[in-house]
Design a binder for this molecule. Structure first.
Ligand SMILES: *Cc1c(COP(=O)(O)O)cnc(C)c1O
Length: 474
């Protein structure tokens, strides 16, 4: 059968690719131009001729893989995109093949049931009540709810829409009255501002919460900002806090912010796209102390949970709020069909929605809870060890002790040299790192994501940086 033969081609190449990446057999990154890649992939010819399969498919894949950025490589230290577990990647394949777009239960009972399970699994981790599996029991007691989305930006938008409609459900019909604001630190992910623009709140109505030098919310100012905002007759959709911030990997003080928001009955949304993974680590869970006081939380499984992109979860404390996000009447109330399962469709911005739960579940199940916790701890320990090392180097400095697997540091010198270093590292192809601003200073930034990265790689990175700076006269 063609499919089976094609599959063998693909799997054998991917297995080799994984091996080559982990063992640094190829550069972590190599960027040819669009035109060069078009040419090496011979796209035009393949389209015209059709029948791309068997060994032809194998050769095509070889060229494709030669132009990929290798996330499994020990030198992959740039972004927070997860290093997918191979079993999770098979989940992507199964999902693509079966195409069970599960937002209505009948289009994918297994996919929908797994999503339901994973949502409940996350709810329980947070300390919120799980959803009943029997639909007739829904809302018969206070419980949480959630949904998987195509990414954290979509999850943040769904969360803030839920919060907005919870505050004033008439807006869905009548449009935005113009007095609504979101309070968020300026270190919040740009998807928060994007949401404000998309849902008609306006970016200028994202009111900044005061932050310290490292961009963390200054908790002692939160109550005052809330009061001032309300005093100007503006209604607050939500307070948004980072767990953790994208740039620095530092956590906002959730517990205390939670107290204030609960007392003032303001919706608290936690952006845990990257750092809510600490929920799965006994050692790191304290960073999320007070999380159950929030009203909503997002987490990207495709960041620290080894799941292929894209897969995020939005969780809410009160199912009621999410059930009514788009409609007064939730779907399970007005269905006229026999309903053995749950239709997520009433809660999603998306309509056709992939069975994201499968790859999430498979990535998790391949590692198991302990394996997942070890992964998260190992990556964070590595960032800490890197910090301890780099801070003792006379030509480098580090602005803070990392709380996650994200670490920022600077080579002695102006902002320009940091970018010069990064560009050169990428050209060389042994290390792929990113960079970020903290205040007015530009930093180099590493995110320890690949399980293959060791402390020795960090030392090699520092050596490579020194070689680059020695070769230039900046
Ligand atoms: C990555 C990230 C997001 C956006 O998630 P996507 O899946 O990339 O859309 C939102 N918030 C934070 C804090 C993030 O780190």
């Amino acid at each position: 059968m063609d499919f089976f033969e094609d599959g063998k081609q693909v799997l054998s190449q991917l297995t080799h690719y994984l091996d080559e990446s982990v063992n640094k057999g190829k550069p972590v990154i190599r960027q040819k131009s669009i035109a060069q890649i078009h040419q090496s992939l011979d796209l035009e010819t393949h389209l015209q001729q059709g029948g791309l399969k068997g060994e032809g498919l194998g050769r095509f894949l070889e060229s494709y893989l030669a132009n990929t950025t290798r996330l499994h490589h020990p030198g992959y230290l740039a972004h927070q995109v997860g290093v997918p577990h191979p079993t999770g990647a098979l989940g992507s394949l199964i999902d693509g093949f079966t195409n069970n777009v599960m937002a209505i239960y009948e289009m994918g009972p297994a996919a929908a049931a797994i999503e339901f399970f994973m949502v409940n699994y996350l709810l329980a981790r947070i300390g919120w009540e799980k959803m009943p599996t029997k639909m007739e029991d829904r809302l018969s007691y206070a419980h949480g709810a959630g949904i998987l989305t195509h990414g954290g930006s979509m999850a943040n938008m769904t969360a803030l829409l839920t919060a907005r409609n919870h505050l004033d459900n008439r807006v869905r019909e009548q449009g935005n009255p113009g007095d609504m604001v979101i309070l968020a630190p300026d270190t919040s992910h740009y998807s928060v501002a994007k949401t404000a623009s998309i849902i008609g709140i306006g970016v200028k109505n994202v009111i900044p919460l005061k932050t310290d030098d490292l961009g963390r919310i200054r908790v002692e100012t939160v109550a005052k900002t809330i009061e001032e905002t309300l005093g100007e007759n503006r209604r607050i959709i939500a307070v948004v806090a980072n767990a953790c911030a994208t740039g620095t990997g530092l956590y906002d003080p959730i517990d205390e912010i939670g107290d204030i928001c609960n007392e003032k009955q303001i919706w608290l949304h936690i952006d845990g796209a990257h750092g809510a993974s600490a929920l799965f680590s006994k050692k790191r869970k304290k960073l999320l102390a007070g999380i159950q006081r929030a009203d909503s939380l997002i987490i990207d499984a495709h960041k620290m949970l080894r799941t292929p992109a894209v897969c995020a979860a939005l969780l809410v404390k009160k199912a009621h709020s999410l059930d009514h996000i788009f409609d007064h009447q939730a779907s399970y109330i007005f269905h006229e069909k026999k309903q053995p399962g749950f239709d997520f469709i009433a809660q999603t911005i998306e309509c056709t929605k992939a069975g994201l739960g499968l790859k999430f579940f498979l990535s998790f199940a391949a590692l198991g809870e302990k394996g997942m916790a070890d992964y998260i701890d190992d990556q964070t320990e590595l960032a800490l060890k890197a910090y301890e090392y780099i801070r003792t180097q006379p030509d480098f400095n580090t602005p803070y002790r990392p709380e996650s697997n994200i670490l920022c540091f600077r080579y002695e010198g102006p902002n320009e040299i940091q970018l010069f270093i990064r560009d050169n590292l990428i050209d060389q192809g042994n290390f792929y790192i990113s960079s970020t601003d903290i205040g007015k200073l530009r930093y180099l930034r590493i995110v320890c994501m690949s399980p293959a990265t060791t402390f020795r790689d960090i030392k090699l990175l520092i050596e490579a940086i020194r070689k680059i700076t020695a070769s230039c006269q900046v």
